[in-house]
Write a protein that binds this ligand. Structure first.
Ligand code: BEZ
Ligand code: FE
Length: 293
């Protein structure tokens, strides 16, 4: 009987998928097997190293529950999430290539702290509720042709002034809400100026990052998810321009077009008419959504 050698195993696995009827699944699995085998051969992986890898993935799964998603963190910190985001964005750009109009807003990672079902709030509401330095976020949502996107759903979430998300602290939602743009596509709400913070480091991914000689930090950012009928969903952030770690985000999520000035203002009447008794910041950003086909 002919015997398989090290260089043959990948092809043998691929050949066993001859009866697979899902072409895309087959393509993905064949490529995964080929690259995994090539990687193991390239680094000449020992059985102990392979077992360490299996134990790491087991621990990663065991760390997950309905609030903690260690696999997303692994994907994010290895740059895989941003690669998938970038490929999707490039696909969208190719589809729009022969159309007039502006470039759509760049997307970035969703991260593990999105919590569906945030409270619906009115435009202009304050969701910062004394957690940090007050900031007015405002701007407009249009499509790539400049047409306002009315009643666009805007989910926003951030960590607190100590760098913790509500989900890391307990059962109460805080610093997150859903808004809707008005008839002209305008949005405005108050929250805090987000500070830089570390991604969760108390699990296997934290141990991996430490062994890699990497830090855990993300620059200050506000998460935003925009959804409107007839438009592609956009998951993105606004990054604080003077924040540390813009150049070395632990999850590689920074896009230059998403870095925003947060000018500081003295107490007085804010642009939305609110009377401020302490200093505050503003962050203005206009979003452009891709019309769906
Ligand atoms: C976040 O920004 O919330 C985040 C993104 C990726 C990994 C961890 C946290
Ligand atoms: Fe975040």
């Amino acid at each position: 009987m002919p015997q398989l050698e090290a260089s043959d195993f990948a092809q043998a696995v691929v050949a066993r998928m001859a009866d697979c009827s899902d072409d895309r699944f087959k393509q993905i699995m064949a490529s995964l097997v080929k690259h995994a085998h090539a990687f193991i051969r390239e680094v000449d992986l020992s059985p102990d190293e392979w077992m360490a890898g299996i134990q790491f993935l087991t621990a990663t799964g065991q760390k997950c529950d309905e609030r903690r998603q260690e696999f997303i963190l692994l994907s994010d910190t290895l740059g895989v999430s941003m690669l998938v985001v970038a490929l999707e964005q490039a696909r969208g750009a190719r589809a729009l290539a022969d159309q007039p109009g502006e470039k759509p807003t760049e997307a970035t990672v969703q991260g593990p702290f999105f919590w569906p079902g945030a409270p619906k709030r009115e435009l202009g509401d304050d969701i910062g509720e004394g957690h940090g330095e007050p900031t007015l976020y405002h701007g407009r949502v249009t499509d790539t042709f400049g047409k306002p996107v009315a009643h666009c759903e805007l989910d926003v979430w951030s960590g607190d002034d100590e760098g913790f998300y509500d989900m890391q602290k307990g059962d109460q939602m805080q610093l997150r809400a859903q808004f809707r743009t008005d008839a002209q596509g305008n949005y405005r709400f108050w929250s805090i100026k987000p500070s830089f913070y570390p991604v969760p480091g108390d699990g296997p991914v934290g141990a991996m990052l430490e062994k890699m000689g990497r830090h855990l930090n993300r620059p200050g950012h506000m998460h935003m998810m925009l959804k409107a009928p007839g438009h592609a969903r956009l998951v993105t952030h606004l990054f604080v321009k003077d924040s540390p770690y813009l150049e070395s985000d632990a999850v590689f999520g920074v896009r230059n077009s998403l870095v925003v000035e947060f000018p500081k203002h003295q107490p007085g009447r804010a642009p939305d008419g609110r009377e401020m008794t302490k200093p505050y910041y503003t962050a203005k950003y206009d979003f452009r959504l891709v019309p769906s086909a």
